[in-house]
Ligand binder design. Structure first.
Ligand SMILES: NC(=O)C1=CN([C@@H]2O[C@H](COP(=O)(O)OP(=O)(O)OC[C@H]3O[C@@H](n4cnc5c(N)ncnc54)[C@H](O)[C@@H]3O)[C@@H](O)[C@H]2O)C=CC1
Ligand SMILES: O=C(O)[C@H]1OC(=O)[C@H](O)[C@@H](O)[C@@H]1O
Length: 296
């Protein structure tokens, strides 16, 4: 079924793969970003999500000239929110926190008050704390699952965790579906040859990411399945591929790099960052294992 989807941050690294994927599944996607994507069949709207008025305005206006013929602007079926300052060290810590938290509040508030029934937001693996920690910070357990403790110490991860609370509260009042994706480290198709041989040679460089990765196209599949799967209420999903990015047995990685962390079963090369929930509840089936693109 064709959906009308308002997508924020579609011009970025992840969005430029997710947006065309959604378009190719037959949906009408409107990309709301500071910068245009310029993608065939996708409408661009330049907005700043930290300005609530712009977000309400964009969600209630036409997306292109063709829509004028049909009268008033049509409502959206889903909002996918990716726009953000996507990590620390891009701007000041406080600005990262401000843009991400205020922007996310604005997007969710407008979507809920305008009657949108499905919202998917980009959170991050960083909420578990290890990624941008000072020194070494152990994850709370392995494999790392959505119910485990989240006590990050950096402004970016704090902003993402704050956004999860915002989302949970809006969901509680509205009863709509809000799905949070704790996205792992994203890779575009051309990046496998560029980076993965280095990861195999020096796995320690991937420790902060709990050795995970998510292919940008597999992330698109997860978003799409989220758009199509109704009735789950508020949910948080780790979004990652099935196996680790360093081509090592999971049990060996856990023992070598996280000796003091409580451990459950870690068969084969399974990811230490569990994607079991997104496979089980959204039916995610990975298509882009790194083994298709680079020699192990
Ligand atoms: N790239 C990664 O490895 C990961 C990314 N994420 C999250 O996924 C989402 C997408 O990430 P990327 O595509 O890598 O980020 P990106 O930095 O490549 O793209 C973010 C997009 O948001 C837009 N944006 C920023 N501030 C805005 C504002 N005030 N108003 C409107 N648009 C604004 C930017 O113009 C950009 O196109 C982000 O929420 C990020 O935090 C989460 C985990 C991993
Ligand atoms: O966008 C980015 O660069 C960062 O975003 C994130 O949220 C990821 O968790 C982290 O692995 C990336 O380094």
């Amino acid at each position: 079924m064709t959906k009308r989807i308002f997508f924020t941050g579609g011009t970025g690294k992840a969005g430029r793969h997710v947006v065309p994927w959604l378009r190719d599944q037959g949906h009408h996607v409107v990309n709301a970003d500071l910068k245009p994507l310029g993608c065939d069949g996708v409408d661009d709207l330049s907005i700043d999500i930290t300005d609530s008025g712009q977000v309400f305005g964009a969600l209630t206006q036409h997306a292109n000239m063709g829509e004028f013929a049909d009268g008033p602007a049509k409502p959206y079926d889903a909002v996918v929110h990716f726009a953000a300052v996507a990590r620390v060290l891009l701007t000041s810590d406080a600005e990262c926190f401000r843009v991400n938290t205020v922007g996310t509040y604005n997007v969710i508030e407008a979507a809920v008050k305008l009657g949108v029934k499905k919202i998917i937001i980009a959170s991050s693996e960083t909420v578990y704390g290890t990624c941008f920690a000072h020194g070494d910070l152990d994850p709370p357990g392995l494999p790392l699952t959505e119910d485990m403790a989240t006590v990050p110490e950096d402004s970016y991860a704090m902003s993402k965790l704050c956004n999860e609370v915002t989302a949970r509260s809006f969901q509680a009042r509205s009863g709509i579906d809000i799905y949070v994706l704790r996205i792992g480290n994203v890779f575009e198709p051309h990046e496998y040859a560029e980076h993965f041989p280095d990861f195999f040679a020096d796995p320690a460089t991937r420790k902060r990411n709990i050795f995970n990765y998510i292919d940008a196209r597999d992330l698109a599949q997860i978003v799409h399945r989220g758009v199509l799967t109704d009735g789950l209420g508020f949910q948080i999903f780790n979004a990652a591929n099935d196996t680790n990015s360093v081509n090592r047995p999971a049990e060996e990685l856990a023992r070598t790099y996280f000796p003091n962390v409580p451990k459950g079963p870690l068969p084969g090369n399974t990811g230490l960052y569990s994607n079991e929930k997104v496979r089980r509840m959204l039916g995610f089936v990975e298509q882009h294992d790194w083994r298709r693109y680079v020699e192990g």
